[in-house]
Design a protein around this ligand. Structure first.
Ligand code: IPE
Ligand code: IPE
Ligand code: MG
Length: 249
């Protein structure tokens, strides 16, 4: 039928490695439901989710994606039962410790984004250690968002700019979008161009409010522990088949 109206749009079915999203954001959701479906405690879902994450980052890195930000713990997640919060923090700690052996071996640069001062001192030390250990790697830059909230990040950026105005380093009229970008945890990184959320929820949940302003959104009903490298490829292929106009025509 499409032939009647001219050339049929050719849909790509393979990832075009020359047209990858530069920065992929992952809202890794659905661990709890994955466990519930199996009659397991929520912690089992989080454990399976951490395994999923390793495979996805390895895949993204092998393809040549430059940046990935993964939402591991939001500023709102403190409202969960203490037992679950403790389990999640324990998993993150294991992840950071093991990353030095596994992901770092794959050349991944690991960074944490979010407010650190509410984390345990042990966690703060481990974050610095893992960041230093991986900082000279040349593969994908993986931002782990922990105690991260998009609003907190913007408030933090506003404070930094206000400080400059107070010190006479900046005039109010000269404040630009770039100044705000430079005050974010992701300063010097490209904006997110593909945002993936699993588990069927279609909301941002306070994730990277500034950086996703022109991101392509991709949602799947699959729960995070079921999200496989093939699903990531599918999301990227869909991304590559979309027309991005950025307000133009
Ligand atoms: C995502 O899975 C992981 C975190 C938020 C830490 P959830 O724990 O939110 O799982 P559901 O949404 O309850 O299924
Ligand atoms: C978002 O998931 C946070 C992370 C994935 C870490 P939530 O499960 O906390 O989000 P809501 O509560 O469904 O919005
Ligand atoms: Mg959830």
């Amino acid at each position: 039928m499409a032939g009647l109206f001219g050339r049929k749009k050719i849909e790509k079915r393979e990832v075009d490695l020359n047209n990858l999203p530069q920065h992929i954001g992952f809202i890794m959701d659905g661990n709890g439901r994955w466990a519930k479906k199996r009659g397991l405690p929520r912690s089992a879902g989080h454990k399976a989710g951490a395994e999923s994450l390793k495979k996805i980052i390895t895949e993204a890195n092998n393809m040549g994606v430059k940046y990935a930000t993964v939402y591991a713990f939001s500023t709102e997640n403190w409202s969960r039962p203490k037992e679950e919060v403790d389990y999640l923090m324990g998993l993150l700690m294991d992840y950071l410790v093991n990353a030095e052996k596994t992901l770092a071996g794959e050349n991944v640069v690991i960074r944490a984004i979010g407010s650190r001062k509410e984390l345990s001192e042990e966690m703060q030390r481990q974050i610095i250690k893992t960041e230093n250990f991986t900082k000279n790697n040349t593969g994908i830059i993986m931002n782990i968002a922990v105690n991260y909230g998009g609003r907190e990040e913007l408030v933090n950026a506003a404070r930094q700019i206000a400080e400059k105005v107070k010190n006479g380093e900046k005039n109010i009229e000269d404040i630009t979008a770039e100044d705000i970008g430079n005050g974010l945890y992701t300063a010097n990184q490209p904006d997110v161009d593909l945002l993936i959320r699993t588990s069927g929820e279609m909301r941002l949940s306070n994730f990277m409010l500034w950086q996703v302003s022109y991101a392509e959104m991709w949602f799947t009903d699959k729960l995070w522990p079921d999200f496989k490298p093939a699903d990531l490829r599918k999301a990227i292929i869909d991304f590559q088949n979309r027309g991005r106009r950025f307000g133009g025509i």
